[in-house]
Design a protein around this ligand. Structure first.
Ligand code: ADP
Ligand code: MG
Length: 293
């Protein structure tokens, strides 16, 4: 009888915009204790824009933006795209760079005129053991309270500019968190972004637990932590970075428009790219499998 129920169940799921790759996960969805969401691109739109620039004395804003865009030249990261767009809007030309390197979960580096230049978030500064100047620190604090992400331009061993990037919370996210709570499911958030931004977003959405500044290779460890008492945990994500966490979770859920790696690591794919479908997935699972008992 089980295969029949499962068959009905997966086609029902398909009609609801969910592609089920692993039927066991579909069954486990009814008993989930926690749903963990990736922040950027899942709870938020993931379309960042530069909304503020601060530089240290003697450094021109346009010059800093042009240099930052040049360093980000080869990066696919959403932050890099936003920086390049801002430089293009101001019609700034980019200087030639060499030796581009991505520093996973922290930023990028490249060589310009023989100097090593870095661009990255607060965790990159900490790794380089650089303290931002008071003006940059104040700018970053203000940005953080507004849930804006900050990246720094580091020339040599000095942070010379900071950029604030704003993303917007998806309008469905509030409702998703509330609906999961109504179903008795805890909600957690996982992000590589800063503590400030993570806490602002978690507060805004009423999220129970969050993990900030998580390096890509550590995302799956956070899932394991949540599972350690035998809890059933789902992970919802879209990025390459999310793949190990999607695999580790009892129910790995990929946003359909996400990267191929994420989609291939997931048990269920949300075709309509809407995190609200996580709620429908749990409801569908509860409804379908109750029949079998
Ligand atoms: P997430 O997708 O959750 O933000 P990432 O691991 O992609 O996590 O990035 C973590 C942090 O590292 C970013 O919030 C940013 O501060 C920094 N970072 C990563 N890549 C870049 C980049 N290309 N340019 C600037 N900062 C970056
Ligand atoms: Mg993401």
């Amino acid at each position: 009888a089980i295969p029949l129920v499962v068959a009905i169940n997966t086609s029902l799921a398909a009609r609801n915009g969910m592609l089920v790759r692993d039927r066991i996960a579909m069954e486990q969805a009814r008993e989930l204790d926690t749903v963990v969401f990736d922040k950027t691109g899942t709870l938020t739109e993931g379309e960042q824009g530069v909304v503020g620039i601060e530089t240290v004395e003697g450094v021109d804003e346009d010059e800093a933006l042009a240099l930052t865009a040049a360093i980000e030249g080869d990066s696919e990261h959403m932050i890099a795209r936003a920086i390049r767009e801002a430089a293009d809007e101001r019609e700034l030309s980019r200087s030639a760079t060499s030796d581009f390197e991505a520093i996973k979960g922290r930023g990028v580096q490249a060589t310009v005129d023989g100097d090593t230049v870095h661009v990255g978030g607060p965790n990159l500064l900490r790794q380089l053991e650089i303290e931002p100047a008071p003006t940059l620190a104040a700018f970053a604090e203000e940005a953080g309270t507004n849930a804006q992400s900050v990246v720094y331009l580091v020339r040599g061993d000095e942070a010379v500019a900071a950029f604030a990037l704003a993303d917007v919370i998806r309008k469905d996210s509030h409702q998703v968190v509330n609906a999961l709570h109504d179903l008795g499911v805890e909600v957690a958030m996982l992000t590589g972004d800063s503590e400030d931004v993570a806490s602002a977003v978690a507060d805004e959405l009423g999220i129970d637990t969050y993990f900030a500044e998580v390096l890509p290779e550590a995302k799956d460890e956070k899932i394991a932590e949540l599972q350690s008492g035998g809890e059933l945990v789902a992970m919802v994500g879209d990025g390459v970075n999310d793949a190990p966490a999607l695999t580790r979770a009892d129910v790995g859920i990929a946003i359909g428009s996400g990267t191929d790696v994420a989609v291939e690591s997931a048990d269920v794919i949300l075709v309509q790219n809407n995190p609200a479908d996580v709620v429908r997935l749990i409801k569908l699972s509860r409804k379908s499998y109750r029949k079998m008992q």
